[in-house]
Design a protein around this ligand. Structure first.
Ligand code: I22
Ligand code: ZN
Length: 188
C-alpha cells in the first residue's frame, strides 16, 4: 500500500508540473473571460458528471458564497443540483439532454458555460455546449486525455495532460480555485 500511495503522489506531482508548463496562459484567459462577463452583468453556468458534478457545485458555491475574502455574491449556478429538473428532463428527454435543456431555459447571450469532463466526450456536456453556442454563450471546457470533442465545441478547452480520470479531476479543482483567486482579486 505504501508503494501505491507514493506512486499516486508522484503521478499527481507530474501532472501538476506538466499542467503548470502547458496550461497557465489558458487559465489566465479563462479567468479574464469570466471576470469580464460578470462585470457586464452575465452569469456562469457549470456542469459535469460524477466527480465533475461535485466540482461544478463546489466552484459555483465559491462564487455565490465566498472564497478567500469578504466580497459581493457573484452569479454562478451548477446545473447538477436540481433533482427535479435532472429527473424530469432525464425521464422525458433522455440523460443526454439534462444540461442542454437547463442551458436552453436559463442561459442568456454573454453568459459563460463551464463544462467539466475528463474525457471531453460526455454527450450531455457536449449537447449543452452546442445549445449554449446558439444562444451566444462563451464556452469553457475543463477536460483531460486528448480534450475529446470539447476541443471543437468550446472557445477555450483547458486539457489537463493525463489519461487518468482521478488525476485530471484533481487538477480541475486546482484550476477552479485559481480562477476563484483571480475573481476574488477583481471584486469587492
Ligand atoms: O469521480 C469519478 C472518477 O474519479 C467518476 O464519478 C467520474 O466522474 C464519472 O465516471 C464520469 O461519468 C466520467 O465522465 P467524464 O469525466 O468522462 O465526463
Ligand atoms: Zn472521483
Amino acid at each position: 500500500m505504501e508503494e501505491i500511495i507514493k506512486s499516486i503522489f508522484a503521478e499527481h506531482k507530474d501532472v501538476i508540473d506538466r499542467s503548470a508548463a502547458e496550461l497557465t496562459e489558458k487559465i489566465q484567459q479563462a479567468s479574464e473571460l469570466i471576470i469580464n462577463q460578470i462585470k457586464k452583468g452575465n452569469k456562469i453556468l457549470l456542469f459535469g458528471n460524477g466527480g465533475s458534478a461535485g466540482d461544478a457545485q463546489h466552484i459555483a458555491a465559491e462564487f455565490t458564497g465566498r472564497f478567500l475574502k469578504e466580497r459581493q455574491s457573484l452569479p454562478a449556478i451548477a446545473l447538477t443540483t436540481d433533482t427535479s429538473a435532472l429527473t424530469a428532463i432525464g425521464n422525458d428527454y433522455g440523460y443526454d439532454r439534462v444540461f442542454e435543456r437547463q442551458v436552453e431555459g436559463l442561459a442568456s447571450d454573454g453568459d459563460v458555460l463551464i463544462g467539466i469532463s475528463t474525457s471531453g466526450n460526455s454527450v450531455n456536456v457536449l449537447k449543452a455546449f452546442e445549445t449554449g453556442r446558439k444562444k451566444g454563450c462563451h464556452i469553457i471546457g475543463l477536460s483531460g486525455r486528448d480534450g475529446g470533442a470539447m476541443n471543437d465545441l468550446s472557445d477555450l478547452n483547458i486539457v489537463v495532460p493525463s489519461d487518468v480520470t482521478a488525476r485530471v479531476q484533481e487538477v480541475h479543482i486546482l484550476i477552479g480555485h485559481m480562477i476563484c483567486t483571480a475573481v476574488d482579486n477583481n471584486f469587492d
